[in-house]
Ligand binder design. Sequence first.
Ligand code: VG1
Ligand code: CO
Length: 560
Amino acid sequence: FTVSIVDTVTFEGQKPGTSGLRKAAKIFQQEHYTENFIQAIFEAVGDNLFGSTLVVGGDGRYYGRDVIEKIIKIAAANGISKLLVGQNGIFSTPAVSTVIRKYKTIGGIVLTASHNPGGPNGDFGIKFNCENGGPASDSITNKIYDITKTLKKYKIVPELSVDIDKIQCVTVQVDGKPFTIDVIDSVNDYINLMKEIFDFSSIKKLLQGNDEHLPFKILINSMNGVTGPYVKQIFGKELSVSDSNLVNSTPKEDFGGLHPDPNLTYAADFVNDVKTGLYDFGAAFDGDGDRNMIIGKKAFFVNPSDSLAVLAANLNVIPYFQKVGVKGYARSMPTGAAVDRVAKSTNIECFEVPTGWKYFGNLMDAGLISLCGEESFGTGSNHIREKDGIWTSLAWLNIIASHRKSIEEILLNHWCTYGRNFFTRYDYENCDIDAANKMMKYVEELMKESDFVGRKFTSHNKTYIIKEADNYSYKDPIDGSVASKQGLRILFEDSSRIIFRLSGTGSAGATIRLYIESYEADSSTYLRDPQTVLKPLVDISLELSKLGEFTGRNEPTVIT
Ligand code: VG1
Ligand code: CO
């Protein structure tokens, strides 16, 4: 095979967001668009690329196969020695991270737009992960973006093509040098890792029941995303869960029309199935398998910020942590601070980072944290460098198997020990970009007023006094890099918080996220609806930001 050099046109706006480059599939389908971005990734990696191995796979969404074919051709032309490709092009995001780490490759390319809808009219995305298995840092994604701005040519081996549906290892000669495409099983390495981490036999006993306990009934919903094959293997084969309890577990190019985002709005059908009372536990995962939603009997909702805190408080029952020990914890800034309280009571360090999993990587690599999470239905540990949906569901089951308590009991106990951090997030999706920017600017200017700190707000008989306000900025303690403008924070004297942020994962318009948190130590409040408890702060946020006036929106599109 021989390498061709193609003259290309440069494209604007190939700037990776919170988690890779995400756009409408149609944009990626433009001639040269995808090739340019792949070439830019390779150029950003630089000389280390020569002779290296790279992992490639994705969530099975529309256009993924075509892009894998392009990556094979462009990788061969750019001096890479070997690709590890998931069979059928399938790898969940956590599986890519697992495979990168296991085979010590230089990194991987993940083809996904995560929880964004797929199909010809949906979104597509490309994400680059580094040799630690985690999402590339800002410095690398900025470099990729800079390269796209002036890219004039890309290298490609146009005739090269390999059947990725078949497990096989093919070596070809490209301009006299060997290039290998190793198509590997998409699930094996990940499943072996899960079996090392968790106590599968105790989870199996929980699920099957015995003389003393009824079987613990679970419903696992893959939302037609990538986790299907993993779920069938782990829950079906290893844990003997019947097929009828594992739903939407065949990956579909368009997710069967679902919006594969495991939250109360987009996974409402799943929540309703569990509301029937037929199941003790429900878990749903997003398109690429890194997010999770956990609910208990009758759909008792586990807020992701609480999920993180409960996991932190119970890691000691999980074999992996018994073996490697527990270092620190971390959460993204908008995530509810419940985990901070667990950390404090056990004298373990807790870090706060900006939104996006890439910010946890350095802390993990330096051995400072074992567990981390985000309010956006993401939790994970240092077993890999991505958040991990299936891992989270197994962690919960391992904890339940060990305590033999329901999810509701576990949470109630947790709140009785630590108090409850009530948390909610309002998303205003697809707003006018200008309007959203104006609102953010308005709030930021407001925050700069000299008497802003100390201002009092009263709503529904509750009074809050502002203690601090800023546009969040983070300095990475390991490499000293600074991420600024990460969200407008208004902190109150009673430790309540209001945060405004613009999403960095959307593909159309602007999404405003409003995060609200308040702490209660009075046990009579613990079972109250967060929407009621947080109503005063929601009203204060909307009033102070004039969000309705700026955007014309009276209601959020999603409430968590
Ligand atoms: C969102 C979430 C963030 C998460 C990111 C990627 O980002 O808020 O917590 O890390 O999605 O998750 P943003 O910028 O839209 O708020 V995933 O499952 O889309 O890779
Ligand atoms: Co995801």
